[in-house]
Each structure stands twice: as C-alpha cells, then as structure tokens.
Design a protein around this ligand. Sequence first.
Ligand SMILES: NC(=O)c1ccc[n+]([C@@H]2O[C@H](COP(=O)([O-])OP(=O)(O)OC[C@H]3O[C@@H](n4cnc5c(N)ncnc54)[C@H](OP(=O)(O)O)[C@@H]3O)[C@@H](O)[C@H]2O)c1
Length: 245
Amino acid sequence: MLLTLGLLISFFSFLYMIAPSIRKFFAGGICRTSVQLPGKVVVVTGANTGIGKETARELARRGARVYIACRDVLKGESAASEIRADTKNSQVLVRKLDLSDTKSIRAFAEGFLAEEKQLHLLINNAGVMMCPYSKTTDGFETHIGVNHLGTGVTTYSVHPGIVSSELVRHSFILCLLWRLFSLFLKSAQEGTQTTLHCALAEDLEPQSGKYFSDCKKSWVCPRARNNKTAERLWTVSCDLLGIHW
Ligand SMILES: NC(=O)c1ccc[n+]([C@@H]2O[C@H](COP(=O)([O-])OP(=O)(O)OC[C@H]3O[C@@H](n4cnc5c(N)ncnc54)[C@H](OP(=O)(O)O)[C@@H]3O)[C@@H](O)[C@H]2O)c1
C-alpha cells in the first residue's frame, strides 16, 4: 500500500516537473510572420469566444479593422471590448451573423458591403460539434447547415489541433475528458497559430486551397482530394442553397 502510494506520488511529481515540456510539445506550430495590417479589413466569424476570439485579438493587435461576426451580439460586444482594451485598437466592431439562417448571412453580407469597399481577410472560424439533432432555420441538419452550407467555401482549410475551447459544450463526456487532459490541449491562442499563418504568411499564394495543420501543409486523405467528389459537393451545396453561378 505504502509502496503504491509512493509510486503514485513520484509519478505525479514527475508529471508536474515535466508539465512545461509537455505543454510546449503539444502547443504545435507558431505563426512567425511579423506582418502588420493597418488599413486592412478583416471578418472573423464566431469570434466571440475560443479560437476565433484569439484570432480577432491578434489581427487587431496588428492594426486591422476587425469585424467580429457572431450570432450573439452581446457576447460579441463583451469580446470586442476586451480586445479593444487589450490591443488599444478601437476598430474592433461587432455585427450580427447567424450561420444557421441564410437570411441572416445575406443581411450580414449586405450590411458589410454597405460599410466597406474591400474585404482583405475572411476567417471562416465559426463552427459547431456534437450538438443534439436539430435543424437550421432553412431546414438543414445543424452541422451540415452551419459548418458547411453556412460557412461556404474556404480558401484554405486548417486544423487547429485539439484546443481547449467551448466546442465540446454539447458533450458531457468530452467536457470531462477535455478537463482531465487539459495539460495536453492547446490553448485558444496556440490553436489560432495555423489560421494566422495561412492568413498572414506572404509566400502561401501558390498553395491556395491546400490543407494546413501546425502551420504547415498537411496530408489529406485521397477521398478528400477527389475532384469529382468536390465538384458534386459544390453542385449539391449550390442546389440546396438555391444559388446559381
Ligand atoms: N477546439 C478544437 O479542438 C477544434 C478542433 C478542430 C476544429 N476546430 C474548429 O475550430 C473552429 C473554432 O472552434 P472553437 O474550438 O473555438 O469552438 P468554440 O469555442 O465553440 O467557438 C465556436 C464559435 O462559433 C460560433 N458559432 C456556432 N454556431 C454559430 C452560428 N450558427 N452562427 C454564428 N456563429 C456560430 C460560436 O458562437 P456562440 O458562442 O454564440 O455559440 C463560437 O463563437 C470551429 O470551426 C471548430 O470546428 C476546433
């Protein structure tokens, strides 16, 4: 009994000692560009919390005018005032955007076009995971409606890693696991590094459309690289949304 206790104490002491190295290992890639963004206009969807909020913070810190596009304007305002105070950038604005409602998406786009001449960076960050079965205002299953149809087509796809955020809020088990293994998860600030890398690095133009993880191009399974499947997905998505090009 004493021996087991001794071993357990040694194990946890050891874990505690090497915790900083473990954190560093799991933190992943870092966006190293020092690009500044004065005069640039940025939209970050779902920037009231999690990875999106940290993305908005960093882009504001670099001098951009940042639109926080979110479904809950009050939550957005609270994030915006925190970011304004932190970055001393007053150009952090909140606009309503609910990706589960195409009317809201169109209204957001019209409002934005009336306010701005150009959009330099669009960060399609908002998303949901494991929410109970439900449908969007337009009658699509929520995951497909918000994550795919609502968000539209992205230029780059990124995987942020396993990040401590509110994404797991709908699953009790995942919330528990996220807490237990919090030491091994990225923080939201670490989670935004690949997004920032793709948005800011100056030599990525020829790699448009590729998939990135930990600030570098990453492997994609053959099914996801199939052009015919991609074309079909595009056509079906446009049909579902009633969009004709
Ligand atoms: N965390 C991870 O380990 C992980 C791993 C892989 C991919 N990702 C992706 O990274 C992105 C950011 O996730 P996160 O971890 O930061 O999660 P999060 O903390 O849950 O943030 C998600 C954001 O999306 C917003 N959102 C959800 N539904 C929306 C809707 N219908 N309209 C507008 N905004 C909506 C949320 O707004 P509310 O606060 O109002 O709900 C929130 O601001 C997501 O696309 C997620 O799939 C995350």
